[in-house]
Ligand binder design. Structure first.
Ligand code: UDP
Ligand code: GAL
Ligand code: MN
Length: 341
């Protein structure tokens, strides 16, 4: 009899442990308390998940022939760095279509920056996630000035009217707060991925599902060849964005990042909170939200890194041979003129 009881106890204990583990209680990053839905969809949608494809004919990947010899194509934590030549868009489109992925593109057009919307949207229609479901989320204080742009099938535009700030630095930084607020209220019910972009830009070439991953950042075009000491991270230890000279992987640009709604919510919330702490301490990071983004991505390694093909400035940097394509590029602007009323 006692033997039988102890066997029963062991079975019960094993079952209890199994239930405990499978409910994700021991995985600290599994879910945000109180918002069980966040990320539930994208877990199923990660492109690395196995999906059943139909027959496809395409060039064979060659183990002894690297796709690129001139650039780093994988980070030390094994996240792909996305360059032209490293991916087959046909395979990726098939995988993401099978999962019916929906992509939200957030863009802020506050005050005079509404003038950039037309070109941004028109070129996005030509190059951004073509063939997939897309929702543009346009944050603006001037809803009447949002241009009417003809949208392709499966694509829609939502205007989100928001307040504004006097300083352009605050306009830029407060994007993190708005993104985190709307992620919880709205985006998580409507889209799987979020791509957060500057508006003073245009799409010149393909930007598609190859960028999608739980968390991605983009290499700043001015620093992809620089050593970490030269990165323009925030260097004052009093700031929450501080990074010491002996740390840092890459210098990411604040103008293009994204990921699953769950991860973008975490990122934007963390950056906003850090900026609020800085404000209370009377300090503002040297490159504002970009400094905080860099701090976040140093300690939360992105699962994909976009090459500067995805963030370029032709006027400033020309067209070096290493860039096979320039996909998302700066529209020349007069900072003084456009940033002031
Ligand atoms: N922005 C805006 N109105 C402003 C200032 C900034 O809408 O008055 C938004 C806009 O989306 C812009 C982004 O904040 O692209 C970042 O600012 P900006 O592009 O001027 O920074 P830069 O890329 O020049 O560093
Ligand atoms: C500039 C860019 C700024 C900021 C800075 C970082 O080229 O215009 O927005 O990213 O680099 O050093
Ligand atoms: Mn910009």
């Amino acid at each position: 009899k006692p033997k039988c009881y102890s066997l029963l106890a062991i079975i019960l204990l094993t079952m209890l442990i199994l239930v405990f583990f499978s409910s994700g209680l021991l995985s600290p990053r599994s879910q945000t308390p109180g918002s069980p839905e966040v990320g539930a969809r994208v877990k199923e949608l990660d492109h690395l998940q196995v999906v059943t494809l139909s027959r496809m004919v395409y060039p064979q990947p060659k183990v002894l022939t690297p796709c690129r010899k001139d650039v780093l194509v994988v980070t030390p934590w094994l996240a792909p760095i996305i360059w032209e030549g490293t991916f087959n868009i046909g395979i990726l489109n098939e995988q993401f279509r099978l999962q019916n992925a929906t992509i939200g593109l957030t863009v802020f057009a506050i005050k005079k920056y509404v003038v950039f919307l037309k070109l941004f949207l028109e070129t996005a229609e030509k190059h951004f996630m073509v063939g997939h479901r897309v929702t543009y989320y346009v944050f603006t204080d001037r809803p009447a000035d949002v241009p009417r742009v003809a949208l392709g099938a499966g694509r829609r535009l939502v205007v989100l009217t928001v307040g504004t700030y006097a300083r352009w630095q605050d306009v830029s930084m407060r994007r993190m707060q708005a993104i985190s607020d709307f992620s919880e209220r709205r985006f998580r019910h409507e889209v799987d991925y979020l791509v957060c972009a500057d508006v003073d830009m245009q799409f010149d070439d393909h930007v598609g599902v190859e960028i999608l991953s739980p968390l991605f950042g983009t290499l700043h075009p001015g620093f992809y060849g620089s050593s970490r000491e030269a990165f323009t991270y925030e260097r004052r230890p009093r700031s929450q964005a501080y990074i010491s000279r002996d740390e840092g992987d890459f210098y990411y640009m604040g103008a293009f990042f994204g990921g699953s709604v769950q991860e973008v919510t975490r990122l934007s919330k963390a950056c906003h909170q850090a900026m609020m702490v800085d404000q209370a301490n009377g300090i503002e990071a040297v490159w504002h939200d970009e400094s905080h983004l860099n701090k976040y991505l140093l300690y939360h390694k992105p699962t994909k890194v976009l090459s500067p093909e995805y963030m370029w400035d032709k006027q400033l940097l020309g067209w070096p041979a290493v860039m096979k394509k320039l996909r998302y590029v700066a529209v020349p602007k007069n900072h003084q003129e456009i940033r002031n009323r």
